[in-house]
Ligand binder design. Structure first.
Ligand code: NZQ
Ligand code: ZN
Length: 383
């Protein structure tokens, strides 16, 4: 196992009716800015639960954070923070709202250009404290230090991470997820599954704790993912999915093991260029990465096939092909597409993926050997 340091201070409050506990988490004299998205919280009753819990506190609102949150929108929120003097941010939403809130927290206290956090890797020196009420299990942003922001002006989607951006608390009430459309439920399951894959499907470093933990999460996401399609009102299914998604990207399974993240980085180009859902980009690209990197990932792909899909027999090549097939079948079962042609794209999409990699000079993957040229080859496998 490789050396590592692990730090995660996020307090998790999990279960039915837990939004009412918001009051106990907030500093008494705080000026709170509640940040949310396009309005789903008005339709499903979450807004009312949150504002009831905020009764007696000083608070304001900033709404309109879009999926794949825009830098430009976040900077409007930063203006509001400066003008009205908010000192605590409360994100109410999915990954986009949480990521936006983290960026607002850092940008509000940043001297200079906040975009430098992304392009120059300028460290976040300070940030406003923030709390989270999660409404969409998917990204793990509720329990991590990452934020992914898109800048419309430059057509870029880039990530930032800083220990200053861990939420102080996250309230995870699985009942908030009942109102999700099927597409977002499926996106969440597939995104969380691929977060595990990015931290698992590399090369072995003798790390049974991380491997069994990752396999448990993938097993759960496959089983509960299938169940949620059949029994969308089953509380336990919703609870298991929410907790699995949080665990998939809270840092633990990534401790001391090599990590890939190439599918994620490649996917950003498809989102900026075509507005494709984050999880949909991954469902198309991951099978290509598995195929293209099957020699480097051979031992872990065989182990994955064995543990998750009961693939025990056949030649190495056959077992690898069947495992990739099973992963793809799972994404399709959840309702996602796995080919560029199925979402109406062709050769042009290959450049949309390759260009940002070329521009940023990224070398992706656990062996840092996926450049724009390899990305083109991977995408060509997914036409
Ligand atoms: O904006 P509203 O009206 O709230 O609607 C949202 C949005 O349209 C809706 N929604 C959320 N909760 C709902 C609901 N609709 C009904 N009922 C509810 N309870 O769902 C739509 C999608 O929301 P969004 O937050 O965009 O989805 P998700 O949680 O999948 O987040 C995706 C973003 O997270 C980033 C992605 O790149 C993307 O920008 N990621 C962040 C990561 C992190 N911080 O660690 C890691 C991930 O890999 C990912 O990159
Ligand atoms: Zn993701």
């Amino acid at each position: 196992m490789n050396n590592f340091e692990f730090y995660n201070p996020v307090k998790i409050i999990f279960g039915k009716g837990t939004i009412a506990k918001l009051r106990e988490q907030l500093p008494r004299n705080a000026r709170i800015l509640m940040v949310y998205g396009g309005g789903s919280i008005h339709r499903n009753g979450i807004y009312k639960q949150v504002t009831d819990a905020l009764n007696g506190f000083q608070y304001g609102e900033f709404s309109g954070i879009e999926p794949n949150p825009h830098y430009e929108t976040c900077m409007k929120a930063v203006d509001k923070v400066h003008k009205e003097g908010f000192d605590f941010l409360l994100a109410v939403g999915g990954g986009s709202v949480i990521d936006a809130t983290k960026f607002i927290a850092a940008a509000a206290l940043c001297d200079g250009e906040p975009w430098d956090f992304f392009i120059r890797k300028k460290p976040v020196e300070k940030a406003l404290p923030l709390g989270v009420i999660l409404t969409l299990p998917a990204t793990g942003s509720e329990m991590n230090e990452r934020s992914i922001i898109s800048r419309v002006e430059t057509n870029q989607k880039l990530g930032l991470h800083s220990q200053k951006l861990y939420p102080k608390f996250s309230i995870l009430d699985p009942e908030t997820s009942y109102s999700l459309p099927k597409r977002q439920i499926a996106n969440g399951v597939v995104d969380a599954f691929i977060h595990v894959v990015e931290q698992y499907l590399t090369y072995p470093v003798d790390s049974p704790v991380q491997d069994y933990y990752a396999e448990g999460l993938m097993r759960t996401l496959i089983d509960e993912g299938r169940k949620v399609l059949l029994y969308p009102n089953d509380y336990n299914v919703r609870a298991n999915l929410m907790w699995a998604a949080t665990n998939a990207l809270n840092g633990l399974i990534g401790c001391g093991v090599p990590q890939d993240w190439s599918s994620h980085r490649m996917g950003y180009g498809l989102t900026t260029e075509y507005g494709m859902d984050h999880a949909q980009t991954l469902a198309i690209i991951l099978p290509g990465v598995m195929e293209f990197k099957k020699k480097e990932k051979e031992q872990k792909i065989l182990r994955m096939g064995n543990v998750l899909f009961n693939i025990h027999e056949g030649s190495v090549d056959e077992r690898i092909a069947r495992t990739i097939g099973e992963v793809e079948r799972f994404f399709r079962h959840m309702g996602l597409k796995t080919r560029l042609s199925e979402v109406g794209l062709g050769e042009e999409a290959i450049e949309a993926v390759a260009m940002p990699i070329e521009k940023m000079q990224w070398k992706l993957g656990e062996n840092e050997n996926i450049t724009a040229e390899e990305a083109r080859k991977i995408l060509r496998l997914r036409l």
